[in-house]
Design a protein around this ligand. Structure first.
Ligand SMILES: [Zn+2]
Length: 164
């Protein structure tokens, strides 16, 4: 599935209504996703006015093919974003826009590529290390602290090195 725009006409025309969209197996240009770990997420939309729609990208899950800064091996880096809030507006020139404001086009569609990319890149660590290097006590991996490792569910396939 390629990314599609979502029509928000119904939301703009009846303020206060909400909608939830579930998206599976989405690829995103510019992000090197593993084909078995494309993006899954939910999108909650809420009508705020005739020009604005509030959006929460929920439970974003995917696996990015990354190169370990230490050993140079490629590995699958698991991404999990609990929630990312943003706003879509038909009036990008209004005063209350910010970095989390995205346009609604003149056909009343929103385009989700850019906010989704921002949500995923928020999770980008300073340094990338594969699971082998993280588990090797002799290597100083300051990207992830031991506390954080426990909160990441590295099942067998996650964090493993990809052999080609
Ligand atoms: Zn490594």
């Amino acid at each position: 599935m390629s990314l599609q725009s979502i029509k928000v006409s119904d939301l703009l025309h009846s303020i206060g209504t909400t909608d939830t969209v579930t998206l599976h197996d989405v690829n995103l240009e510019g992000i090197h996703l593993h084909p078995d770990h494309l993006i899954q997420w939910y999108l909650d939309l809420q009508s705020m006015s005739a020009e604005r729609v509030g959006a929460t990208f929920r439970e974003i899950e995917c696996g990015i093919i990354s190169t370990c800064d230490h050993c140079g091996n490629e590995f699958i880096r698991p991404i999990w974003v609990d929630a990312y809030d943003c706003t879509f507006t038909a009036d990008m020139y209004s005063a209350d826009t910010d970095d989390e404001t995205f346009p609604i086009d003149d056909k009343e569609n929103i385009h989700i590529d850019e906010p989704l990319r921002q949500a995923i890149l928020l999770d980008e660590p300073v340094a990338l290390h594969c699971l082998d290097c993280i588990n090797d006590d002799t290597i100083q991996t300051n990207a992830i602290t031991p506390d954080e490792i426990e909160t990441i569910d590295y099942s067998d396939e996650w964090g493993t090195i990809i052999f080609r």
